[in-house]
Design a protein around this ligand. Sequence first.
Ligand code: ATP
Ligand code: MG
Length: 422
Amino acid sequence: MNFQSVRGMRDQVPEAARRWSHVETGFKQVLASFSYEEIRLPLLESTALFSRSVGENTDIVQKEMYSLRDRDGESITLRPEGTAGCVRAGLQQGLLFNQVQRFWYAGPMFRYERPQKGRYRQFEQIGAEAFGMAGADLDAELLQLCADAFQRLGVADHLTLELNTLGTAASRQAYRDALVAYLEPRQAQLDEDSQRRLARNPLRILDSKDEGTQDLLAEAPGLEDFLDDESKAHFDDLLTLLEQLDIGYRVNTRLVRGLDYYTHTVFEWVTDALGAQGTVCAGGRYDGLVEQLGGRPSPAAGFALGVDRLVLLHEVVFPDWQSPAVDAYCVVLGPAQRAWAMALCQRLRLDLPALKLRLHNGGGKLKNQLRRADQSGAVCALLIGEDEVNDNRVTLKWLLSAQSQERLDYETLRERLRGINR
Ligand code: ATP
Ligand code: MG
């Protein structure tokens, strides 16, 4: 029998996993440098948490969740996103009331979607969520953080920031009513998905890809006309800060997020390098969510980065990027030298924790072992035979350059290896 992975679930073989880890580590370093703290959360939550927070009428809750009955009959769901669980944990652990918090988390999310490039059923997000800060300076900080991370990873030139404001809950509601009043008499001209959304989640119609729907929307009332003073002031403040920070953006008044809990700022970082799945990171402000989940009101804002898509973008920008698995390859000429070689390698690993040192396993001829060393991508081989052991020295052979080989004592060898820089 030939087993295959479940549809929409991907393996990351070591070569791909190295790039993945490079991208993920780079982003996490920036989160740490903005003093965001890691919070580790369960993959399973009660189903009601998501219908309550993400919203009964969203695509996620309507058709994308992996829900199952626990053995005692409780309905639980593999998390489709991280914000709900993060707020749930913050409330349960007493971290939100009257406090300022900056959290991040990373890990797999699960949605039953049609798999295609950039869209999978298990995918990874890095999320950041900040609580207790109502001002636009927090929105700007989140965007500065993303911009910084994209810069450090070398992909910033391929990403554009799109921004919009949904305003306060009140202005959002007023607009929603006006939009429904405009669309209801024209319902027949909407695409099928949008017709369904009209009753349930009308704002989502704004980002329909259907041309007929878009034509209809061109004449529709605009969200910008329904913003109250508070909504406008918040957005203007943010735009000014972004200009002062020299963070480029494009206001897109059609941008709405699929999740129900957003207020004020919503944003997406988009690229045209990945085809249809161009949104790499999405987020915004969700001042109403903490209260909606039973807490005392607390302003909040955050984003979720789609790591799969960021890695795909990194592949497009740096097709030749490589990170070798092995720096130094230790060749052992005979069984009598195995223990000596293992002890030597162990000493080197303790002294040089970053060195990737592979010890040849299983013996064999010098020539064959050296071929393995070449294949491993190592920059050098350490040769250990009878002479080396008797002499208490190691022969160092460079594999990528024509430097002649040398027989070195431990300290000199260690310093040579310390100098490997890649
Ligand atoms: P989309 O419009 O592409 O379906 P979304 O609005 O459902 O995205 P969010 O819930 O905001 O996405 O999730 C944040 C980010 O997570 C997205 O911008 C994207 O980068 C990533 N993401 C969402 N769903 C998937 C998926 N099925 N596969 C891979 N990445 C995903
Ligand atoms: Mg989606």
